[in-house]
Design a protein around this ligand. Structure first.
Ligand SMILES: C[S@@+](CC[C@H](N)C(=O)[O-])C[C@H]1O[C@@H](n2cnc3c(N)ncnc32)[C@H](O)[C@@H]1O
Length: 301
């Protein structure tokens, strides 16, 4: 007899995502854990969640929308991603019109992506277009456009104008609570170290080893990992950091006496991969062993 799999609140369905970007290395699968963590550390609407390596910012947006925190700061170094977020926050109407008015043909795609984007609006829209039509959502310069895609939709397999518009509208409703910084996440962490009402979700690009995925996926992938670990250690507010499960990073975390835990990734492409969590306080994330087969993970505290 087949046993029915228990439904749990530990999974996140991509259709519930708020971010219009489909981000390589995106952490929406971790949303249920971050939510539990925020509850365990007693975060409230008085707190600001800081995401110093924002990318698609799905985690921060979800936590803000669910009222787990009262404000969100997203920091991004890549000028194209930053331009996209600036556009969503400053001129959502322009973006909505651009999405609506774009007729998805290969010719239009090539023309639009080839435009000289001197202003943030055009650059922001091109970023969204490239992200939704490229292989794996990669916007780094060498990334290729989807050839075949799904359901014979070619590069437009992931171009859903109505959904994108809905997400832009939802984010713009939260706009007064969101601060965007186009700059270096490490610098922002150092600047904010004394803040007691901050909590941090830190998801840097991973490039420690020569085959680190960050190199392929992002234009900015060089992060001084030990400096970053030192900076999070100095924060007054609690932080949750996520990394590829790599021995070198693990050793660095241990060297600086931070708690670590390995967690099963829940993205469809990485069913058997683990992610390394590093934190000042892993409350709400560590669970008793043997809780359930799917949630099984090895604690490395
Ligand atoms: C792993 S991705 C973040 C993914 C994000 N958590 C999500 O769920 O979509 C890392 C991001 O950090 C950005 N980045 C790289 N170096 C940075 C820096 N020094 N400061 C701020 N952002 C940086 C990259 O451009 C990339 O968007």
């Amino acid at each position: 007899m087949r046993r029915k799999r228990k439904s749990n609140n530990n999974t996140f369905h991509p259709s519930k995502a708020l971010s219009p970007l489909r981000y390589p290395g995106g952490k929406s699968w971790l949303i249920p854990n971050v939510e539990k963590w925020l509850t365990a550390i007693k975060a409230t609407r008085r707190h600001r969640l800081v995401e110093p390596f924002a990318g698609g910012a799905n985690v921060g947006l979800a936590m803000l929308a669910r009222g787990k925190v009262g404000a969100l700061t997203i920091v991004e170094l890549d000028k194209r991603i930053a331009a996209f977020w600036k556009l969503v926050l400053r001129d959502p109407e322009w973006l909505i019109r651009a999405i609506r008015n774009f007729t998805p043909t290969r010719k239009n795609l090539a023309e639009r992506l080839g435009r000289n984007a001197r202003r943030f609006r055009e650059l922001g829209f091109q970023t969204l277009l490239k992200n939704r039509t490229s292989r794996g959502g990669v916007i780094a310069p060498r990334a290729g456009i989807l050839k075949h895609g799904e359901r014979k939709r070619g590069p437009f397999s992931r171009w859903y104008p109505d959904t994108l518009i809905k997400r832009v509208k939802r984010i713009s409703e939260l706009e007064d609570k969101i601060k965007l910084v186009h700059g270096d996440g490490l610098r922002i962490l150092r600047e904010r170290k004394k803040r007691t009402n901050d909590v941090y979700f830190v998801d840097p690009p991973y490039s420690f080893s020569s085959n680190g995925a960050g190199r392929r996926l992002y234009s900015h992938y060089e992060v001084p990992h030990e400096d970053l670990i030192k900076a999070v250690k100095k924060l007054r507010g609690p932080f949750l950091m996520t990394y590829d499960n790599d021995a070198a990073i693990h050793a660095l975390a241990k060297k600086h006496k931070l708690s670590t835990s390995k967690i099963q990734m829940r993205s469809s492409h990485h069913a058997n991969k683990k992610e390394l969590l590093i934190s000042s306080d892993l409350s709400g994330i560590r669970r008793k062993r043997g809780h359930s087969a799917r949630a099984r993970r090895k604690s490395t505290h």
